[in-house]
Design a protein around this ligand. Structure first.
Ligand SMILES: *[C@@H]1O[C@H](CO)[C@@H](O)[C@H](O)[C@H]1NC(C)=O
Ligand SMILES: *[C@@H]1O[C@H](CO)[C@@H](O)[C@H](O)[C@H]1NC(C)=O
Ligand SMILES: *[C@@H]1O[C@H](CO)[C@@H](O)[C@H](O)[C@H]1NC(C)=O
Ligand SMILES: *[C@@H]1O[C@H](CO)[C@@H](O)[C@H](O)[C@H]1NC(C)=O
Ligand SMILES: *[C@@H]1O[C@H](CO)[C@@H](O)[C@H](O)[C@H]1NC(C)=O
Length: 472
């Protein structure tokens, strides 16, 4: 994840270093009285602008409402520029302005998402006229036309913008200095381009075998360099072929993340590795999710092996994925620091992590979390005294206690973990985490078929009481 962010940052610098070449855009931007690109997302209760489940043109992957997505907060955001207000979207007005016009998105799945959204927005504005779709499932061009307006909204999948050609002897060649689709692009009134994610791909899904620059054909090269060369070819094409007084052209920047989970590739990376979540029920939830993800996306036919071990006070649940030797372990330790049974009762030891640190050090990846329990004061509180050094007290300012405990943990990490060998994550504090009523929660109840998930079966069979917790 961190690696991906670094790449994105690098890419943004690359894009900046091309600012001279995209001068044309800057000039246009300065002509406007307001920079629409500087602003923030603000919550707006009047959103969303369309009901995606009523959009007949949406791909199933994006039809979250139809498939029962419960949290709808993500729909309630609107872009607010810093120095001006955008007029509210008016689909009829938009269609009127774009009567007879052709709009094309060219790029990868980011462009595809934007295009789908626009098609659904337009459909909501003219629901009585069904949108006509041409282009087959596998075609690289999808053409939606809104009858009555003659407006076409087209998507062309071309992840690199530059060409990929099939050459007889060697296979698929990514040609960094060739754009052959320009003739089609020039017929459009509005063009929206995007490219980035595919430049860094190196797995089996990579759609080319060689890269060509001029006469030189290579098996691979520095990808940032390749991206620069490809984008330069595209910029030159735009400058030579597009009259910005006649056509409008947009280049969509790079989004920070956009992932498709690939469980097999992920498991491959984790072959032989040991991953441990240590903490309270927040860590437990993450661990459970993770186990289900691996189970679902790897080989459901190979059952995950589950072993419960009792390591003194902390219980450990150990799931191993046979064939990969990957262990995904959860250790319940709500405070990270120790709780020991002493003569006077259970003592929370703010400066001790001796009980479990031996086990932590054997892990390749550690994911820690702690917070909720520090503030508990009810009968479920699992300690009777707090110890700091030689001092034993009945209670203590809890924020202070949390600080001391966390400092002990940080010191342990700093002295015992080599970040070049092991990865350590500390999960921040979630804003809320409430007990849910299983019967009303489709995620937990039998209303949704979770039977493919090993974890859920385990839960249902009641092997462990710890699953009954919502807040732990
Ligand atoms: C699209 O391609 C997939 C995989 O090659 C194939 O299974 C499917 O039948 C194709 N669909 C159409 C409409 O040609
Ligand atoms: C899209 O469809 C419209 C209406 O059928 C047609 O006029 C237009 O040429 C098509 N455009 C492309 C690029 O296929
Ligand atoms: C892609 O994989 C090949 C073969 O494993 C390797 O030689 C090359 O350096 C990799 N390129 C990048 C950019 O990761
Ligand atoms: C988890 O299980 C695997 C496979 O049985 C084993 O090799 C590993 O030592 C176990 N780890 C812990 C912490 O129990
Ligand atoms: C916890 O409860 C005890 C007993 O009621 C009380 O003395 C103490 O101040 C409480 N501590 C916090 C942090 O609320």
């Amino acid at each position: 994840m961190v690696y991906a962010w670094i790449i994105v940052v690098v890419a943004i610098f690359v894009a900046y270093s091309h600012y001279d070449e995209v001068n044309a855009f800057q000039q246009r931007e300065e002509e406007e009285s307001c920079n629409f690109y500087e602003g923030s997302w603000v919550r707006d209760e009047s959103y969303p602008l369309y009901d995606s489940s009523a959009c007949p043109n949406i791909d199933y992957q994006f039809d979250c409402l139809k498939y029962g997505r419960q949290d709808l907060n993500y729909l309630k955001y609107r872009w607010q520029p810093n120095n001006c207000d955008l007029p509210r979207w008016d689909g009829k007005d938009f269609l009127e302005k774009l009567r007879g016009k052709k709009i094309m998105f060219v790029g990868d799945s980011i462009g595809h998402d934007q295009w789908q959204s626009l098609v659904c927005l337009l459909h909501a504005s003219a629901p009585q006229t069904p949108i006509i779709h041409t282009g087959s499932e596998n075609s690289s061009i999808h053409n939606f036309t809104i009858p009555g307006y003659g407006t076409s909204v087209i998507f062309m999948r071309q992840q690199y913008l530059v060409d990929i050609d099939y050459e007889d002897k060697i296979g698929r060649v990514l040609k960094l200095d060739s754009i052959k689709n320009g003739e089609l692009w020039k017929q459009m009134d509005i063009l929206i381009f995007n490219t980035w994610f595919w430049w860094n791909r190196n797995d089996s899904g990579k759609p080319w075998d060689y890269i060509q620059i001029g006469d030189k054909i290579v098996k691979d090269m520095d990808r940032i360099e390749a991206f620069k060369l490809g984008l330069k070819t595209w910029v030159n094409w735009v400058n030579a072929e597009i009259d910005l007084n006649k056509n409008k052209l947009f280049y969509q920047g790079i989004t920070p993340t956009h992932w498709k989970w690939d469980g097999k590739a992920f498991l491959e990376k984790l072959r032989g590795k040991k991953i441990m979540f240590v903490g309270d029920s927040i860590g437990l939830d993450q661990w459970q999710s993770f186990v289900c993800l691996l189970h679902a996306s790897s080989s459901p036919q190979t059952p995950i092996i589950h072993i419960d071990d009792d390591f003194g006070i902390s219980s450990v649940h150990n799931f191993t994925i046979p064939g990969y030797g990957t262990s995904v372990i959860y250790m319940k330790q709500q405070y990270l620091v120790d709780i020991d049974n002493e003569k006077l009762g259970r003592v929370l030891k703010l400066d001790s992590v001796k009980n479990n640190a031996v086990l932590w050090k054997q892990m390749d990846i550690l994911v820690f979390n702690t917070w909720f329990w520090w503030n508990r004061n009810d009968s479920g509180k699992p300690w009777d005294y707090i110890q700091i050094g030689d001092k034993i007290v009945k209670d203590l300012d809890r924020i202070e206690a949390f600080k001391l405990g966390l400092t002990t943990w940080v010191n342990w990490v700093n002295s015992e973990i080599d970040p070049n060998k092991n990865k350590v994550f500390y999960q921040g504090i979630t804003p809320t985490h409430f007990r849910v009523d299983d019967t009303n929660n489709p995620i937990c109840s039998d209303k949704v078929d979770n039977s493919n998930c090993y974890e859920q079966k385990w839960r249902r069979s009641g092997l462990s009481a710890s699953w009954e917790l919502g807040v732990d």
